[in-house]
Ligand binder design. Structure first.
Ligand code: G6P
Length: 472
């Protein structure tokens, strides 16, 4: 059994699950996903990634990808339904996103969550070197730090939550709230996207478990667990280089032409998810078309909604509603050869995404709640000529850093419309100032800076960090 000094544990492996396990693997680069975030780091550091390969049944044996060893964890059909689709995505996901959809609580789902977390912990225990650094990711695996500490007390365990951590009033709904908190507290360091999340967690540790806690430290028996905000980022330089590539620039020109060479292109690019505020955005847009503030003749909206979690009931209902609304708006406001909304529900490769970012005069990212939103950051990184305007929800984690965006409350339709019009009408000098400031920020706070700050806090021996910096 091959062992590593750095082990990343995440629900998904970073490979495209449509690729057969015959050696022809590629990194799965779903925009906004955590794979995009960790990819550059792991390419540089000998590591193992423990995760699910997609699908059900026995775990396939996969070849290394870019030198990273893949340790697959199998899910049965029951695990898929009750762990991934159930407890992770129909209990925790809505609960952690302000309960914008009703979280569902089923005891069978909790059993599956425990069982699958145990399986991940055991696989990790097998592949971790003595004293290795283990970095557990996201809400699917909140029990892993605690389970792993029981199996391997020698490990340095980090946990990072990519999604929001809710305020106590919401978290208290959860039937197994104490166990979940205890699971996370198995880590040495718990990272969140925003300071507010760490504050919520500390309050809950005291309220539910009676532990002494500040927003930085929690006392657990004879240990101190550190907590804090480590906002995740992107590979800014890589996105800028991709966006500047001649073929991507040519593709962007071609896309603009295919869209009818409009004066203004608005782009929205989301996973099809009820947290993303797609319906509110469509409503605002259709009101702007109805009032004549925006005209189909000179402005087009490209809405990309990538299919996601398609077997979960709430996602199916959402997709139907959105597609009906897009049809209604196009029926009412489109003209022959000139739809009001260009709607695409399909995955895109990175170069095509970069071309879309280049073509978008305005990028509308207006989630109702979002841990970070890496699409907003990617757009800024791709605007290599400092043009374009970002319309951004206050409720995306990214808003704390990208404060030169046009910030809106997506629940406030009039505010949303006003924000969109301001972004559409931004003068070049003002837009340039804003974009430059945000691009500078992202060049300083990129994915490597994120990994460095998190890992230096987790690994006080500093050995991993030395390796990271020596490899650039
Ligand atoms: C969010 C989560 C990730 C997840 C991604 C895609 O970004 O924080 O953990 O991988 O959505 O969702 P999926 O259900 O397809 O993994």
């Amino acid at each position: 059994m091959r062992q590593s000094s750095l082990v990343v544990v995440a629900n998904r492996l970073p490979i495209d699950d449509s690729v057969a396990p015959d050696g022809a693997c590629e990194w799965r680069r779903s925009p906004g996903g955590l794979v995009s975030a960790l990819h550059p780091l792991l390419r540089q550091t000998p590591a193992t990634w423990v995760g699910w390969a997609g699908g059900t049944g026995p775990a396939p044996v996969l070849p290394d990808v870019d030198g990273v060893h893949m340790r697959t964890v199998p899910l049965s059909a029951d695990d898929l339904r009750d762990h991934y689709e159930g407890f992770a995505n129909a209990t925790l996901w809505p609960l952690y996103h302000d309960a914008v959809e009703q979280p569902e609580y089923h005891r069978r789902w909790w059993e599956a969550y425990q069982r699958v977390n145990q399986r991940f912990a055991e696989a990790t225990a097998e592949v971790a070197d003595p004293g290795a650094v283990v970095w557990v990711q996201d809400y699917h695996l909140q029990l892993v730090p605690g389970l792993l500490r029981e199996l391997r007390p020698d490990l340095r365990i980090g946990f990072f939550l990519h999604v929001p951590f809710p305020p106590p009033e919401l978290f208290m709904q959860l039937p197994r709230r104490a166990e979940l908190l205890r699971g996370m507290l198995g880590a040495d360091l718990i990272g969140f996207q925003r300071a507010q999340a760490a504050h919520n967690f500390a309050q809950l540790a005291t309220k539910v478990l009676g532990l002494p806690a500040t927003d930085r430290r929690i006392g657990v028996q004879d240990r101190v667990v550190r907590i804090g905000a480590y906002p995740v980022s992107i590979d800014t330089a890589e996105m800028a280089a991709l966006a500047a590539r001649p073929d991507v620039t040519a593709r962007a020109r071609r896309l603009r032409h295919d869209l009818g060479d409009p004066e203004r292109v608005i782009l929205s690019l989301d996973r099809m998810d009820y947290t993303k505020g797609i319906e509110q955005r469509l409503k605002a847009y259709s009101e702007l078309l109805a009032s004549g503030d925006v005209k189909v003749r000179d402005t087009v909206l490209v809405q990309v909604a990538m299919p996601s979690r398609e077997r979960v009931g709430q996602y199916q209902i959402l997709r139907d509603r959105i597609e009906r609304e897009v049809g209604r708006i196009n029926g009412e406001f489109g003209r022959v050869g000139e739809p009001a909304i260009h709607y695409l529900s399909q995955p895109f490769d990175r170069a095509e995404l970069a071309a879309l970012y280049r073509v978008a005069d305005v990028m509308a990212v207006t989630p109702l709640r979002d841990g970070m939103n890496l699409v907003a950051k990617e757009y800024v990184a791709a605007r290599v000529d400092d043009t374009g305007a970002l319309l951004l929800s206050e409720f995306a984690g990214a808003a704390a850093e990208l404060d030169r965006a046009y910030l809106v409350n997506p629940h406030d339709l009039d505010g949303l419309k006003q924000g969109l019009l301001s972004a559409l009408r931004a003068g070049p000098a003002d837009a340039g100032d804003r974009m430059r400031a945000m691009r500078d920020h992202l060049h300083r706070h990129d994915i490597r800076a994120w990994a460095r700050s998190y890992l230096s806090a987790l690994d006080d021996t500093g050995s991993l960090l030395t390796r990271l910096s020596s490899s650039g």
